[in-house]
Design a protein around this ligand. Sequence first.
Ligand SMILES: [Fe+2]
Ligand SMILES: [Fe+2]
Length: 389
Amino acid sequence: MPTVSPYSESFERVLAAGAILVNIGDIDILLEHILTEARFFTNADAGSIYTVEGDVLSFRHSQNDTMTSRGKRIPYTRFTIPKTKSSMAGYVACTGEILNIDDVRKISGEAPYSFDDSYDRISYYRTISTLTLPLINNRHAVVGILQLINAKADQREFIPFQSPMELFGKYYATLGALALERAMMTRTLLMRMVRMTEFRDPKETGPHVNRVGSYSVAIYDSWAKAHKIQDSDRTHNRDILRMAAMLHDLGKTGISDSILKKPDKLTAEERSTMENHCSIGAEVLQNCESTFDEMARDIALSHHENWDGSGYPNGLKGEEIPFMARITSIADVFDALSSKRAYKEPWTDSRVNDEMEKLFKNKFDPNLRDHFISQLEALREIKESYPEE
Ligand SMILES: [Fe+2]
Ligand SMILES: [Fe+2]
């Protein structure tokens, strides 16, 4: 009778996970997904993922089951570390080698890298074993670093990562690197489109659209979990929403400077011209060929519609307004209130909360109110991680 390898489940999962990667277009959703899957098949308690940007590593995402089970949220944060051999991630980025360490506290003093325990100290966590893998593209350049922390033998005990995991990890990291390169290209193209909008309307900055994209995903995620949306659908929707929400004001490229940059109040006629940015955006995104195109078009057209029917351009009411446009509208207004604009300072948190509360009575979908509130802390962390340049 053929024996079943203890790793066959991991192997199958790696193969299935690789196939999903090619369908994810947004870089942030992709990095989160790569980390989730890699942790699953290596049975890692925690992990982090970085992208290589010039001579620094940019920390993009982290997960930690122990902290989550203690009721602690993993902060949404961004920072960079130098790409040098003195850190484990930096060493892997510089050399392209896999680093499998059984106990980070027993790293030889002769190794060029050492373990930085500052994260453990602030989070009361204990890192023991790590598996750090390079994401290498087809031009042999390291484009990202995947760091898996504390392989689990059972719920309590942490053990070293077994060597077959290195192999699975290496294979998965290769697929991840290809998907990452494509997602980086997509993000660059999207940001170029946003940059064109920014030339016309200085409010529509790169950080603003990134925040709106991330807020929208956080609100959707809360709603999707509460409605038990299947994981594969949730990942797909998060992916395309992250990108589609960024293009909400694409139509402003078709509005003249004399209106967009007018310091005074707009006349009624100018306001109605300005409101055309929704239809112009929808026109640019017409001939929908994919669910992304369709969602981007819905959002561009309907992000100024109001739940009570008082919005524009079509005066849609309630559930007539496409769902993702209802979400993006909340994200866009929240960002406008809480950010500095040419005509105002950022509002205080409590003033923003009061105003949003009011707007949930007529402008926003009241069914999304609790999801928005449950994500407020995360939204404020997202805001910090995309400051205006
Ligand atoms: Fe708009
Ligand atoms: Fe906006």
